[in-house]
Write a protein that binds this ligand. Structure first.
Ligand SMILES: Nc1ncnc2c1ncn2[C@@H]1O[C@H](COP(=O)(O)OP(=O)(O)OP(=O)(O)O)[C@@H](O)[C@H]1O
Ligand SMILES: [Mg+2]
Length: 269
């Protein structure tokens, strides 16, 4: 084993992200890649209910043109950045609760998965308040909680959302002791499964707000962090504090949610 291979193996064992440039690139990122590298593993399929999606403003059941346009812009800018940096794992957080992290994570995942040759896995990593399954109308017996408690295997809690290139790891069990769970050997094992099984997927982790230490503790394991800010609800001091907190990590961008200029649609900068 070479020194580099050794270092990568050590980083993997510690659950850290493998440095950019050493991972398999997403198909489409390199124009010379012509072979269709569609993942072959089959996951259990969940059927999404259009009525629930529409009620919760989840794509593709969004009629608001401004919102659709905003998500497309968000997708394109993010994809460009991820491709340029060879990044794949993103954590979505905010300064406070209720600013739109989960909705942004879901709609971003759906919008990205609509792009050709782009595969996405959305992980509900808000352990104290899991909401991805509820907002997407996903009903499943086994989710992340069951996996973390040893009641299911990792591959049993990854679900396919039908035709789109979208996988989801939902969770129906809230955890009070979320920090311990985030750093647990089961969690590290799951991250290794994602690295191994889904090397070409963009993985989006819906996290708790920065008021808990979960997002900060988890940030070194992802390539970058997306900060959701609710216009008119997040004060400047809180955003400045978050930027300070995120200083040591890659802040990929800030998503302005509930933007009054754009009909409640998110924007990105
Ligand atoms: N741009 C938007 N337009 C309309 N409704 C929205 C928008 N953003 C969020 N919501 C709604 O506001 C509520 C809170 O959003 P969401 O669950 O995404 O926030 P959150 O930051 O994940 O909250 P928490 O901190 O509790 O996890 C949800 O009911 C969601 O559907
Ligand atoms: Mg949430």
């Amino acid at each position: 084993m070479s020194i580099i291979e050794n270092a990568l193996a050590l980083a993997k064992a510690r659950g850290e992200r493998v440095p950019a440039g050493t991972r398999a690139r997403r198909p489409g990122a390199d124009a010379t890649v012509s072979v269709e590298t569609q993942p072959t593993r089959q996951f259990e399929t969940v059927i999404l209910n259009p009525v629930i999606l529409e009620r919760n403003c989840v794509l593709p059941q969004v009629a608001d043109r401004a919102a659709l346009r905003a998500y497309k812009i968000l997708r394109t800018r993010l994809l460009r950045r991820l491709t340029a940096e060879d990044w794949g794992w993103i954590a979505v957080t905010s300064t406070r609760a209720g600013e739109g992290k989960t909705l942004t994570s879901i709609n971003l995942a759906v919008a990205l998965a609509q792009e050709p040759n782009t595969h996405v896995c959305l992980v509900d990593l808000d352990l104290p308040r899991p909401q991805v399954a509820a907002q997407m109308g996903i009903r499943c017996e086994r989710g992340l909680g069951e996996y973390l408690l040893g009641e299911a295997e990792a591959l049993q809690v990854i679900y396919s959302c039908g035709a789109a290139n979208l996988l989801v790891i939902p969770n129906n069990r809230p955890f009070d002791y979320s920090s311990e769970m985030l750093g647990s050997p089961r969690m590290l094992e799951l991250l290794q499964v994602l690295e191994t099984e889904l090397p070409q997927h963009i993985v989006i982790f819906d996290m708790p707000p920065l008021s808990s230490d979960d997002a900060l503790a988890f940030a070194p394991r992802v390539d970058g962090v997306l900060l959701v800010v609710a216009e008119g609800q997040t004060d400047r001091a809180a955003v400045a504090k978050s930027k300070e907190l995120l200083g040591e990590m890659n802040l990929i961008g800030v998503v302005l949610n509930h933007s009054s200029e754009r009909d409640d649609a998110p924007s990105y900068y």
